[in-house]
Design a protein around this ligand. Structure first.
Ligand code: FAD
Length: 468
């Protein structure tokens, strides 16, 4: 139950990205008066605006959060279902790695369109005011107050709760660092560059559309996700020092001819050479902090709390799940912020660190492991075991992407499963080898090799021991 005093409480959300907009919807439904401040102008007025990571994959966690807000069907309508990973080998071969059980799917979604829809849904809620081109300059979680800059003017607002959904370089988080917060950030040596595969001359997709395309090349990789306009957004992930070696248009072409030969005809040679130098490679960062709250007055969510490298496609999914779980806790503690905020940190911090580790691990898997026979064997064994024991054995990828198991728990379960499966495979392999050695020894002992009539001897031995 929400009492009258609580209904008048004010929430200041900083950041009008997907996580901030969804949080605005949930908080307004709990009777709070919500002011959402966004530093940029309203992206709904810039229909052709292209921003960072135009296309991203949305999976169960993100979709569950959208479902609670009643927006999942609308978002599914602007997404492309994806059924499997499509691996482009270096020798021109390709194969598919299915995601798992039927009915589990990813959506390739236009990030900006998703953001637009969430902003519009938030705007329609009672007690939500959206403020654009207002940048948070500083906040004080102790009072709490937040100071915004708009066209050179500064305004300070008093509020009840500050929710920092202001992304990787969060100002809210910076202000909370003055309290008791542990914080670390780490850049990986790899950066990313976005390229485009346009529609083919017939106006259709140039590659099979319902797949996450991956070109694993061990030290680096390229991926492609489909867009609704029949193009693909390609992302090349590579060490920064490798980008530095590509200086001219002919270097670009030579590089692609060597590593991504099949991508050149679909990208278009000229377009590739032009677009490669259009923007510098962007850095990739992991941010970890603990806790995610300050007293009962400030909390951070999404990239502000746990920016991760994008290799599991979980950055946004985990951010939307933050908003969903925060709302669940609000329900549980009747919106008592003094209890809700610590409970949110307790529930989410280890999970946030978990997805940071998983995302770093998955880069190795995507750029290197997917191209190895051991990985393919493990995938087969994993899906067979999952088929036989659907709830006891869930492959790592499925736990991350198609379940709501906390990420830190995913790591623990996956380690246990790996130990069991690897040991079983090694035991079966060693037993097979031991059996062979034993068979050869038996043949030798029986004098079959000694008789020099090996073929007849083997036949006899096989008949005696196995065929009969
Ligand atoms: P943001 O989207 O960064 O939004 C923060 C908002 O706060 C912005 O609008 C910003 O303008 C505003 N802001 C910042 N500072 C201030 C301030 N001082 N005052 C007011 N406003 C401010 N995730 C997935 O789930 N699946 C994927 O497939 C995927 N692919 C990715 C691919 C790449 C290459 C990258 C880089 C990321 C990918 N992600 C993916 C991650 C995803 O994009 C982010 O996790 C997600 O956008 C985070 O949402 P957010 O709302 O927390 O932060």
């Amino acid at each position: 139950m929400i009492n009258v005093a609580r209904e008048k409480r004010k929430v200041t959300i900083v950041g009008g990205g997907p996580v901030g907009s969804l949080s605005a919807i949930f908080l307004s439904r709990r009777g709070f008066h919500v002011d959402l401040y966004e530093a940029r102008s309203d992206i709904r007025n810039q229909k052709n605006a292209k921003g960072r990571s135009i296309n991203l994959s949305l999976s169960l966690r993100g979709l569950s959060a959208l479902k609670k807000a009643g927006l999942d069907e609308r978002i599914k309508a602007i997404g492309i279902p994806m059924h499997a990973r499509y691996i482009h080998g270096s020798n021109g071969n390709h194969y598919e790695i299915p995601y798992g059980k039927k009915g589990q799917f990813l959506l390739s979604t236009d990030r900006l369109e998703l953001n637009r829809q969430l902003l519009s849904a938030a705007e329609k809620c009672d007690n939500v005011n959206l403020h654009f081109q207002q940048k948070l300059i500083r906040c004080d979680a102790r009072i709490p107050t937040a100071t915004f800059e708009e066209s050179g003017h500064f305004k300070t607002h008093q509020t009840t709760l500050i929710v920092g959904c202001d992304g990787t370089n969060s100002t809210v988080r910076s202000s909370m660092l003055r309290g008791k917060m542990d914080f670390s950030q780490k850049h990986i040596e790899h950066g990313y560059k976005e390229l485009v595969i346009p529609p083919n001359p017939e106006g259709d997709y140039a590659l099979p559309p319902n797949f996450l395309h991956i070109w694993p090349r061990h030290e680096f990789m390229m991926i492609a996700l489909p867009n609704l306009d029949k193009s693909f957004t390609c992302t090349l992930f590579m060490p920064m020092r490798n980008y530095d070696k590509i200086k001219t248009k002919s270097d670009v072409l030579a590089f692609f001819q060597y590593y991504f030969t099949d991508a050149i005809p679909v990208m278009g040679e000229e377009m590739l050479k032009e677009s490669f130098f259009a923007i510098a490679p962007l850095p990739l960062i992991t941010i970890r902090c603990r806790p995610y709250h300050y007293g009962g007055t400030a909390v951070i969510m999404g990239d502000a709390a746990h920016a991760v490298v994008p290799f599991y496609g979980q950055g946004l999914n985990s951010g939307l799940e933050d908003a969903l779980l925060f709302d669940d806790i609000m329900e549980e503690y009747s919106s008592d912020l003094e209890r809700v905020l610590p409970a949110f940190s307790d529930l989410r911090v280890d999970s946030g660190h978990g997805i940071a580790d998983l995302s770093l691990y998955n880069y190795m898997e995507m750029r290197s492991h997917v191209a190895t026979p051991w990985f393919l064997l493990r995938k087969k064994v994993d899906s067979m075991l999952h088929h036989l024991l659907p709830s006891a054995f869930i492959p790592l990828y499925s736990m991350v992407t198609f379940s709501r198991i906390p990420y830190d728990e995913v790591i623990r379960r996956s380690r246990k499963q790996d130990m069991i499966v690897d040991n079983a495979i090694i035991t079966i392999g060693c037993s097979g080898l031991a059996l062979c050695v034993y068979g050869c020894y038996k043949i030798y002992k029986k004098g079959l090799v000694g008789n020099l009539d090996t073929v007849r001897g083997c036949r006899q031995w096989l008949t005696r021991y196995f065929i009969r």
